[in-house]
Design a protein. Structure first.
Length: 186
């Protein structure tokens, strides 16, 4: 049974190992990483199958141009032997649902439109935004949790929010802790 829940400090090593397997060392060179490094994520979710961590997604506070708050989704990864079972979909859906529940207005990411389009992400309103480094413009996607939240979005996407704690560990989850079972993924 696969379950989605908030990440705990004990998950960090397995999450990092999964990201290494999924992206390799290039993950540290991505422009979106500049918006994450040294920051505390707003939301960290993991998918677990029994005691094994099989998926991860995190969302980070950013400014989508001056004065416009948003979250940056990523990285998203599912263990190679667990793909095509709906876990990635469930992680994105739960992340977006929780972001909306917390009152956030928009989510950005750099990713493949053929995958993220199914959740409603598109490049329609991100063309005048820019990231602090190289990226493929058509892969900067946005999703409005509040209608019109990305209308007229323009300018630099920049990091905001709290700095990571000195231990590098994820702080205890605040608010209600929930676990979601995935029915499609056995
Ligand atoms: C992308 C990823 C998270 C998907 O996880 P998953 O658990 O296999 O996803 P799901 O089972 O929910 O969905 C699988 C569907 O997504 C599609 N898909 C997966 N990666 C895709 C991509 N990069 N582009 C387009 N479609 C993609 C699959 O073809 C499949 O389509 P189908 O439902 O029509 O058969 C996983 O493949 C992964 O970790 N990849 C390596 C890291 C990565 O590339 N992440 C970023 C993606 S932009």
């Amino acid at each position: 049974m696969v379950t989605i829940r908030q990440e705990r400090p004990v998950d960090v090593a397995a999450r990092e190992a999964l990201l290494d397997v999924s992206y390799g060392p290039v993950r540290f060179t991505k422009t979106s990483e500049r918006l994450r490094v040294g920051r505390r994520p707003e939301l960290s979710l993991v998918a677990t199958d029994g005691r094994r961590l099989v998926g991860t997604v995190r969302l980070w506070p950013v400014a989508a141009g001056a004065g416009r708050l948003a979250l940056l989704l990523g990285p998203l990864a599912v263990a190679p032997d667990c793909r095509q079972r709906g876990i990635g979909t469930a992680l994105v859906r739960e992340a977006v649902r929780e972001a909306a529940r917390r009152g956030h207005a928009a989510v950005l990411l750099v990713g493949d439109a053929p995958f993220y389009g199914r959740f409603g992400f598109s490049a329609e309103k991100t063309g005048a935004l820019r990231l602090p480094g190289p990226y493929e413009r058509h892969r900067l996607l946005g999703y409005e949790l509040a209608a019109g939240a990305l209308d007229g979005a323009r300018g630099l996407v920049s990091a905001r929010g709290q700095l990571e704690s000195r231990t590098g560990l994820v702080p205890p989850a605040t608010g209600r802790s929930r676990a979601t079972r995935i029915t499609r993924a056995a």
